[in-house]
Design a binder for this molecule. Sequence first.
Ligand code: ZN
Ligand code: ZN
Length: 192
Amino acid sequence: MACEREEVKPCAHCQTPFTPQRMGQRVCSPRCAGRLVKAVKKAEAVQTRERKQAMKPIRDLVKAAQEVFNKWIRARDSDLPCVSCGVENPPMTSGGQWDAGHFLNRGSHPALRFNEDNCHKQCKACNGGAQYPHMALSIRERYQDELLNRIGPERLEALLGPHPEVKLNRDELIAIRATYIQRLKDLKKEAA
Ligand SMILES: [Zn+2]
Ligand SMILES: [Zn+2]
């Protein structure tokens, strides 16, 4: 039985018209075959990543966004001391030297979770709730005093609220993370 030759058709990869030499041939050359396989694999990888992201619980997305946001805060404040106790070189711990400490806490002020005025580089001790009985002001009072220095009275007042309730959806959380990944890169570029 003679094998019927297929008609001229466009290559599935480069779109150049070619005459298939065997049944089911979709590409014009081995080169295009290789590239097509690569392109398909890449598309599959993107799909898998998107599917995984779509299945992630929202708290994981919050956590992932917070991680990058906090990293950016520490980088932004890299030349500044602890926002509340003023220490410049706190002891190194397994978790690093610094935290990004929220002034109004995220639990009672979810709208301020990703507010840049509400979050500053802070030493681990202060962020962990250390008490300094010898100091006249509490950590919170000192944080507020320093905030007044750093952001001024108007922004401090705005920060103190009130704030409308905010419920970030998945896409917004993913976008926040992407934004701060980019801004962190930009900061590092500026610093270099
Ligand atoms: Zn081709
Ligand atoms: Zn401190």
